[in-house]
Design a protein around this ligand. Sequence first.
Ligand SMILES: [Zn+2]
Length: 310
Amino acid sequence: MTLLSPRHCTLCGPDAGKRVRFAPNFEAQDLNAAVFSARRMPDRRHFQLVCCEGCGIIYSDPACDPAALASLYQASSVNYDRQEEQIFDSYAPVLDRGLRRVAKRGLFLEIGGGTGFMLRYGAQHGFAEQLEIEPSADAELKFRPAGPAARFVRGMFDQTLFEQGPLRRSSVSLACFFQMLDHVPSPVELLRTVHEALEPGGIAVCVTHDTSAFSARVLGERSPIYDIEHTYLFNPANLSRLFAHAGFTEIESFAVANRYSLRYWAHLAPLPLGLKRSILPALERTGLARLPLRLNAGNFAIIARKPPTL
Ligand SMILES: [Zn+2]
């Protein structure tokens, strides 16, 4: 049985006011490894969600404690093979913008990227080494190196990586994390660790859901971003502040369009499960399911720099 514990805003701390945005809508048995598998069918279960009165970050409170979250992610399976190419195509243009700002092409690091298929971007763009750090054992089994200098390290992205050796401080030229920051127990701790891992002048590239996006505002609680897995949810303004708080400079944010097939858009759509189960086979029968479509689904990117040493 997983116990819930209180949370506070990752940016403003325990003293900031908060108000309830959405009441919880789940049962205790929802807290199993299946719920925490990447890219499963969204079903809009979530903890109580509160909004910080200081910065507008929306977060789960109370929620299961970090140790329980870590063990659930270790046991989670990775089941988005068919979407890998589409996810790659969606985030490569974001990495292109980060690439224009990197000074060196040493170590390319991705955090929480499942089977590590984005490492191909680092290999193709001349980074000397590529490293995936991800907690899922299933993802490690499915890891296919993008080249001779690509590695996978299984674990949570925290200080133990420096202490136990797989990652050196100030060694990373570009660190990227896509749809991951909203899953971690302490986003500010994660950003500080990214900052430590980066070499002076190194670049962080992040994509996450936008609580201020048109889709999130129109759908309200029906938006798929309000999900039991999403511990903290941001908008460009408060996430820029969080990056600054963690020591980053030259912070830019912009909206990100995803290029997915109609099949995957239908899978993600905030429709009742019954309706979805009848639409998906129809799309497959007519051949429409494979049609690629680039849409702004309410994600944004942040690119930021660790200050160069003077
Ligand atoms: Zn706050």
